[in-house]
Design a protein around this ligand. Structure first.
Ligand code: HPA
Length: 245
């Protein structure tokens, strides 16, 4: 049976219903991952969990060592990865508390190490990234969201921004014009690095606030945290069903 990898974002620092088997914090050619890898089992399935922002949460999106994270998961035997991301909603259907399983991404990040293929190359590598997320994993996530009656959009365009600040209203208008439905700071280069390693990868995005300018209210961390608190309980249910199913 294949080993699952879960990358937890803001608000998700552990899984539920996991029989814990141990932790390790391996060195990779790119340094250490954000946090120790937590090895566990859900039913008969092995799972390796990694907290993207560290445990405790202390690494901002632009400082996450995405390469070490993906490398460490694959070195641990992980064969497929589900990434959980807190995002802002741009599309009118993506209200706070709803989910989206994106099928596309636009990368607005900069200055992050975007590739494993940089030094000592025998040839230059260009991965096919036309469809950045794994179709099978994506469909399974969508089916579980539907079965669990959770409000969601079954596809969408994820705009990956640099952060750590939130966007301006004008930036969100621009992203919307570009075709983006949701906005977050951690979707890239994570998805591309997974593809470089040939790891099937999908994103479960929880909308935690209306994107800048999409509501008359100021975006506060307190409001975001309240949505995260509720939503991450649902995320854990979705993941438990995905992994055990
Ligand atoms: N913008 C970018 N990243 C985010 C947001 C947002 O509004 N909410 C949560 N992560």
């Amino acid at each position: 049976m294949s080993i699952w990898g879960v990358i937890g974002g803001t608000g998700l620092t552990e899984l539920e219903g996991v029989e814990l088997l141990g932790e390790d914090w391996p060195e990779t050619p790119f340094g250490k991952p954000s946090a120790p890898l937590v090895h566990g089992r859900i039913g008969a399935q092995d799972v390796v969990f990694l907290a993207r922002h560290g445990k405790p949460h202390r690494i901002p999106p632009h400082r996450v060592n995405y390469r070490a994270n993906l490398w460490a998961l694959q070195a641990a035997g992980v064969e497929q990865v589900v990434a959980v991301n807190a995002v802002g909603g741009i599309h009118p259907e993506l209200k706070a508390g709803t989910f989206c399983v994106p099928d596309q991404v636009i990368d607005y990040t900069w200055g992050r190490a975007p590739s494993f293929f940089e030094d000592d190359l025998e040839h230059v590598v260009h991965i096919d990234f036309s469809w950045p997320y794994d179709a099978d994993l994506t469909q399974r996530l969508v089916r579980i969201l539907r079965e669990q009656g959770l409000a969601h959009m079954p596809k969408g365009v994820y705009a990956a921004t640099q952060g750590p600040r939130l966007e301006t209203a004008a930036e969100i208008i621009r992203l919307e014009r570009d075709g983006a439905d949701l906005v977050g700071m951690t979707g890239m280069p994570e998805a591309a690095l997974a593809r470089e390693l040939d790891l099937p990868y999908a994103c479960l995005a929880l909308v935690v606030n209306p994107a800048a300018g999409k509501s008359s209210e100021v975006i506060t961390m307190a409001a975001i945290e309240a949505v995260i608190e509720r939503g991450m309980g649902q995320v854990k249910q979705v993941l438990a069903s995905l992994i055990s199913g």
